[in-house]
Design a protein around this ligand. Structure first.
Ligand code: GLU
Length: 466
């Protein structure tokens, strides 16, 4: 059997890390089995869906490296993978359900439904459709239709039955149909309910595994009932635990609910993000940095966690750093952006990259170092300024003298200074770094001094000699 997974986003907004993780797990599982990762755009909610969002989703997935083998822009018929273009297919299945006597029109108004729900809650019952329209006679139905009333279409849920399935993440799941009221599969305005098309399409597209957020678990028994009634194949469902912030609350903006477009603009690298996301609610035996092929080889459904995953910004940083360490020079150069490309002389490009690669996680930080090394206006950071004010000007005279001989050879400069200044450790390195870079931390000075150049170094030191 060919494994076929899918990512089925609703294009009602930009893709964020949670969506990306769902896409990633589905892609990894399909890749692992040389199967098919399918992309389907669930744009039936015409008011909230937007083609621009759909296009962003395609771009974001490609940016992450998650290529789909079936879906928009790769399959022969594009429209096949946009639910808004599949209305006639859904109509067929509504009709089949009608013929099977599995559905009935419901004329209840939103106000009536609301009132009924309120009454049920007050009586301490879980709100579900009370069945008002379940027993309308054909005459009553014709009469209401003749009045111009637009009914929704409800699925008749059998009473006193158990719906059971084995969730590939959470194990055996059982729902009692008595807890599920007859539900709407087509709204009064004729738009289909999301979980109806979603289930029909999974069956028609031959999806074998659905990995999706835990928030969809309650939809699953309803989807099973629909598929069973239509005698359509049922995929394996796996409901992945949601992502929470570190304090256990839903993700806030700051804590990683940012969209991928923003993350990309901020300089996050896709390779780092996938390494992070693959470990968010899924555990790998090794902590090493893996490419997508390696991540997929090691992916296992059994390693998907049932407990909510905690978003950890530090971990995300860690994988970003790993990605920066791995990425090739040309890509890193492009990533660093315009300012770096303008400031750093071409001849020093490789040296600059080697120097700062371990110390930066954003293009802004790269620009910062380019300005320090290749522009004259240096404003020391407050911490560096304190050190400079506290250091005897005599020391800087000694540095200037040592520099005359050592030139850009930092190791030699330090060897000489140890003798002439009698300083060592922090007392030697800190004022030196502070004067030359205006910072108290940063890349190795052995790399920085040759980039800074002897002349610029002399100018910076002279300020502190007087
Ligand atoms: N369109 C649904 C969503 O974006 C898909 C849910 C599912 O994966 O089944 O939430």
């Amino acid at each position: 059997m060919t494994i076929k997974t899918r990512f089925a986003p609703s294009p009602t907004g930009l893709m964020h890390l949670g969506n990306a993780r769902t896409a990633l797990f589905n892609a990894l599982y399909a890749y692992q089995h040389q199967g098919i990762f399918l992309l389907r755009i669930e744009d039936t909610d015409l008011e909230r869906s937007c083609p621009t969002f759909a296009q962003h989703i395609l771009d974001d997935l490609r940016w992450l490296g998650l290529h789909w083998q079936e879906g928009p822009e790769v399959s022969a018929i594009n429209s096949h993978y946009y639910q808004s273009q599949r209305t006639s297919i859904y109509a067929e299945y509504y009709q089949q359900l009608e013929q099977l006597g599995q559905v009935y029109p419901c004329f209840c108004s939103p106000e009536e439904l609301d009132l009924s729900r309120k009454l049920q809650r007050t009586a301490g019952q879980a709100p579900r459709y009370s069945g008002t329209c379940a027993h309308l006679s054909p005459q009553e139905i014709s009469h209401k239709l003749a009045q111009g009333l637009q009914p929704s279409l409800r699925f008749k849920v059998p009473k006193q039955q158990l719906v059971t399935f084995t969730d590939v993440v959470r194990g055996s799941q059982t729902f009692n149909t008595n807890d599920i009221g007859d539900f709407i599969i087509r709204r009064a305005d004729h738009t289909p309910a999301f979980f109806f098309c979603n289930a029909i399409d999974d069956a028609l597209m031959g999806i074998t595994h659905v990995l999706r957020g835990e928030d969809h678990l309650a939809n699953t028994p309803r989807q099973l009932l629909i598929l069973q009634a239509l005698n359509l194949p049922i995929p394996n469902y796996g409901h992945i635990a949601l992502i929470l912030s570190e304090d256990g609350n839903p993700l806030s903006k700051r804590m990683g609910s940012q969209n991928l477009q923003d993350l990309k603009t901020q300089g996050w690298l896709p390779e780092g993000l996938v390494n992070y996301l693959a470990r968010l609610g899924h555990s790998y035996q090794a902590d090493s940095y893996f490419n997508l092929a390696e991540l997929s080889q090691r992916f296992a459904l059994e390693r998907l966690g049932k407990a909510p995953a905690r978003f950890d910004p530090q971990q995300m940083q860690h994988w970003q750093q790993m990605a920066i360490a791995k990425i090739d020079e040309t890509e890193l150069w492009a990533w660093m952006g315009n300012e770096v490309q303008k400031l750093v002389p071409t001849a020093l490009q490789t040296q600059f990259i080697t120097a700062i690669r371990p110390n930066v996680t954003t293009p802004d930080q790269a620009s910062h170092w380019a300005r320090i090394l290749f522009t004259d206006d240096l404003v020391p950071q407050p911490e560096a300024q304190l050190i400079l004010t506290d250091t005897d000007p005599e020391f800087f005279k000694q540095v200037l003298a040592a520099l005359e001989v050592a030139q850009a050879d930092y190791t030699q400069l330090v060897t000489t200074l140890k003798q002439t200044s009698k300083r060592k450790g922090k007392a030697l390195f800190m004022p030196l770094r502070a004067a030359l870079t205006g910072e108290t931390h940063g890349p190795e000075m052995t790399h920085l001094l040759p980039l800074l150049g002897v002349q610029r170094a002399q100018h910076r030191l002279q300020i502190y000699v007087q």
